[in-house]
Structure formats: structure tokens, C-alpha cells
Design a protein around this ligand. Structure first.
Ligand SMILES: [Zn+2]
Length: 295
């Protein structure tokens, strides 16, 4: 494996241009969606369901197979998945407690003072939903009130996933330019549905659309960090990142479960439940198809 000193300048440029392109396309799509806010809000339950399916597909079709291909033992992969799952279960528990404690202390009219960090944004979303005046109180209410930690979890999961993807692209280019390009195509294809779905989850939890775009921009920056570290450190960093793959998969399985749990809770009250289930299946199928096709 090439070390930093032996790298031609091209590997860095190729990697950064690739990571930039892979991040720019979903960002562009989410900016367009954020500007069509009425349309976005109408399709938000479907988009959130789609996002849950997409992250499930990314875990099952992309992160887990990738870690097995990298030579990790199935037992180690299962342990990593469980660790990621439990970590996010604990985070949700912690944030849900926080949300409850502060729910009545957040001024309704001034969310900007409070949603400067992501966990405060989760706090504010209960009120954001109260004021949104949407037509599906049961669907939104169930998700909002039973999954207060969805936005921070979606953010952390997205950041983790992007770090891994950036590192994978860099590792590909470190091995061979063709492997790098193949990785970019594989990552780029599943990235679009996954990032758009994550954007839906952000907005669904009460984050304003343009702020949700900013969150996507920040997590896009994390893939540059993953790529830079991998290029600079080389092979050892790539191996360390491989250990993160099952953990990242576990966090995504947990996020998918959170959305599914909220949807199941109001399946009697909400006839649109089955439609959203179809959107989830669509999100998973899209990412799985691209993950398998790109591998
Ligand atoms: Zn990915």
C-alpha cells in the first residue's frame, strides 16, 4: 500500500474531486427540496419512511457486506452491529430524557436561540410540530412524540456513515485508480437516496429545511475528513475504518427501527400506514439494488 510519500498528487485530487461530487449531488437535491417547502411538507411522512428504508438498505446491503469483504469474521461483524445498535439505543434514551426535562422550557417563538446544537433542535421539534398546522396530526404526532431523538441520531449516523464512505473512496484510490472510480460509483449511487431520506428525517423531526441542508453540508464535510485521514495515514487508517463499518450498520438498524416503531404505533389510527411501508420498502430496495450493482 502506498504511503504518503509515494503518493502521486493525483490520488489526493482524484479523491477530493470524487468525495466532492458524491456529496454535492445530494446537497443540490436537498436544496431544491428545501425551496419547495409546501411540497416537501406534504410528502414528509413518505420521505421519512423512504429514509428509514434507505438507511436499512445501507446497513444490510453496503456496510455489513463491505466489512465481511474486508476480512472481518462474522462474529466480529455481529458484535460491531450490536455495539452500534446499543450505542444508539442509549443515546436515544439519554436524549429522550433530556427532551422531556426541557420540553416546557423552550420558548415557542424563538427556536433559533435553542436549536443551535443538534440535541436542542430535538427539543424544539415538539413545538415546531404544534405550529406547523399540518393535516396529519396522528402520523406526525406519533413520530415526533415517540422519537424525539430521531434528528440527532440521524445526524450522528449520517456523519459516521459519511466518514466511512470518504475513507472507502480514499482507500480505493490508494489501491488503484480504477478501484477508486468503482468505489465512487458504488458510494455515489446509494448516497443520493440515503442523504435525501436523512434530510426528510431531519425536517420530519422539526428542523427547518434550510437548516437540515446545513446539517447535510456538515456531514458531507465529515466524508472529507475520513478521506483525508485515510490518504494521510494510509493502509492502517483504512483497516481501522473497516472496524467502524459494522458499528455504523448497527446505528442505522437502530434508526430504521425507531421510524418503524413510530409508524407501527399509529397503524390503526392512520390508514396511510401501508403506503409509508411501501415507501420504506422502496428506499431499501433502491439502496440495496445500487449496493449490489456497485459492489
Ligand atoms: Zn455509504
Amino acid at each position: 500500500m502506498a504511503s504518503l510519500l509515494h503518493l502521486p498528487f493525483g490520488t489526493w485530487t482524484d479523491t477530493f474531486v470524487s468525495v466532492g461530487l458524491v456529496s454535492a449531488l445530494p446537497l443540490l437535491v436537498t436544496v431544491i427540496m428545501a425551496r419547495q417547502e409546501a411540497l416537501l411538507r406534504r410528502w414528509l411522512p413518505q420521505l421519512t419512511a423512504f429514509g428509514a428504508g434507505a438507511v436499512f438498505g445501507a446497513a444490510v446491503g453496503h456496510l455489513i457486506p463491505e466489512s465481511l469483504e474486508a476480512g472481518q469474521s462474522p462474529l466480529a461483524v455481529i458484535a460491531g452491529v450490536i455495539a452500534g445498535y446499543i450505542a444508539f439505543a442509549l443515546i436515544e434514551r439519554a436524549l429522550a430524557g433530556h427532551d422531556h426535562a426541557h420540553a416546557h422550557g423552550v420558548p415557542l417563538g424563538a427556536p433559533s436561540a435553542h436549536d443551535s446544537d443538534i440535541s436542542e433542535a430535538a427539543c424544539v421539534h415538539l413545538h415546531a410540530h404544534d405550529h406547523a398546522g399540518h393535516h396529519e396530526p396522528s402520523a406526525h404526532g406519533a413520530t415526533a412524540h415517540h422519537a424525539p431523538a430521531l434528528a440527532p441520531m440521524a445526524f450522528l449516523g449520517d456523519a459516521l456513515h459519511n466518514f466511512v464512505d470518504g475513507a472507502l473512496i480514499a482507500a480505493g484510490f490508494l489501491m488503484q485508480p480504477t478501484i477508486g472510480v468503482m468505489t465512487v460509483v458504488a458510494v455515489g449511487l446509494h448516497e443520493l437516496p440515503r442523504e435525501v431520506g436523512t434530510f426528510g428525517m431531519f425536517v420530519h423531526s422539526g428542523i427547518r429545511p434550510m437548516r437540515a441542508v446545513m446539517y447535510n453540508l456538515v456531514t458531507a464535510g465529515v466524508s472529507l475528513v475520513g478521506a483525508t485521514l485515510t490518504l494521510a495515514v494510509g493502509h492502517r487508517m483504512a483497516s481501522a475504518t473497516m472496524l467502524l463499518l459494522p458499528f455504523a450498520a448497527g446505528t442505522y438498524l437502530y434508526i430504521a427501527q425507531v421510524v418503524a416503531r413510530a409508524a407501527l404505533r399509529d397503524r390503526h389510527a392512520d390508514p396511510a400506514h401501508w403506503g409509508r411501508l411501501a415507501w420504506s420498502a422502496g428506499g431499501a430496495a433502491l439502496v440495496l439494488a445500487f449496493a449490489v450493482g456497485g459492489a
